[in-house]
Design a protein around this ligand. Structure first.
Ligand code: NAX
Length: 327
């Protein structure tokens, strides 16, 4: 059997954590042959609740769960980590300005980046789930100078999965018959769920839906799905977010299916005219633990406008965290 790998999860006592940990321990993320050691980070007041989650994890008697470590110290939780899912974050409260929100999250993601730099494996794979995810990933990355910046990514996979399911519902197709949707940009309402290259049962998606539905209904429905779930459930999406985080790491580690791509927010290398360094959602293929941007896709004027608008928002967020001295 394989030696266990170390998976750090922050905000582990939260609601996403409650869905995420059990699926990682069951082998849904890294495969049914890969033992894992969970290293769970929480703030001190949440350690008691976390100890209850750990009791339940142990009570599942997962064959792949080699050990569980809990701590309120990032230097402990990130020690020798192979993977990190950064879920814990400071949510936006009523009346909070963007600068306040970014500043509060800087207080979380700067020290976590420093800890990753100091104690994690040099080839650690990091996905940031906690919002504002893209810019939180940028903060952690910029505070980990000894780690390849490409190892810091953010989650747009939930948006991607929502985009797949909305299109499947509209066309009556099965989810598995939908391919090559892209979420460009920020995990926010400016994101661009792009169907230009998407296919349904091998045929162009945009031939099968009305343009008006695509622009006027589909794009806003995908972009505002998070708010719709809060409205209906009285709490934010958790199980679907956890599932998307698992998909993100699984595809990165084990590869995307032949001939298909997925969406990951990764540091821009300037592809598609996206300003370099922004953590931006791109179409990516993964193989052998590495991702690459799908190149050569045609970009319409409509797409260009949407891609630039979401890049603009990320640039403003970057300017703000620069002003705060976080990056
Ligand atoms: P919860 O509030 O249930 O849990 C967050 C947990 O993080 C809490 O237990 C808290 O104690 C912990 N925490 C706070 N600061 C910490 C720190 N410095 N170190 C370690 N742990 C810390 O939120 P939950 O519903 O689990 O959501 C977590 C984050 O995911 C939020 O920021 C949320 O906005 C974000 N989301 C991101 C999504 C995405 O697609 N990227 C979708 C779902 C979700 O809204």
């Amino acid at each position: 059997t394989k030696p266990p790998v170390r998976v750090t999860v922050t905000g582990a006592a939260g609601q996403i954590g409650y869905s995420l940990l059990f699926r990682i321990a069951a082998g849904d993320m890294l495969g049914k042959d890969q033992p894992v050691i969970l290293q769970l980070l929480e703030i001190t007041p949440a350690l008691k609740a976390l100890s209850g989650v750990v009791m339940e994890l142990r009570d599942c008697a997962f064959p792949l769960l080699a050990d569980v470590v809990t701590s309120d110290d990032p230097m402990v939780a990130f020690k020798d980590a192979d993977y990190a899912l950064l879920v814990g974050a400071m949510p936006r409260k009523a009346g909070m300005e963007r600068g306040d929100l970014l500043g509060a999250n800087g207080g979380i993601f700067k020290p976590q980046g420093e800890a990753i730099n100091a104690v994690a494996k040099k080839d650690i794979k990091v996905v940031v789930v906690g919002n504002p995810a893209n810019t939180n990933a940028l903060i952690a990355q910029q505070n980990a100078p000894d780690i390849d910046p490409r190892q810091f990514t953010a989650l747009v996979r939930l948006d991607h999965n929502r985009a797949v399911s909305q299109l499947a519902e509209k066309t009556g197709a099965a989810v598995k018959d939908i391919k090559n949707i892209t979420i460009w940009g920020n995990h926010s309402s400016t994101q661009y769920p792009d169907l230009s290259q998407a296919t349904v049962g091998g045929q162009p998606a945009l031939d099968q839906v009305e343009r008006e539905w695509y622009e006027g209904t589909y794009i806003p429905t995908v972009a505002k799905r998070g708010a719709a779930i809060i409205e209906a459930r009285g709490a934010s999406s958790a199980a679907s977010a956890a599932s998307a985080a698992i998909d993100h790491i699984r595809d990165w580690a084990l590869g995307t299916p032949e001939g298909e791509w997925t969406s990951m927010a990764i540091p821009s290398d300037g592809s598609y005219g996206v300003p370099e360094g922004l953590i931006y959602g791109f179409p990516v293929r993964c193989q052998d633990g590495k991702y690459e941007i799908v190149q050569g896709l045609e970009v319409s004027d409509f797409s260009r406008g949407k891609m630039d608008a979401t890049a603009q928002e990320l640039q403003e967020e970057r300017d703000e965290v620069r002003k705060l001295g976080l990056v």
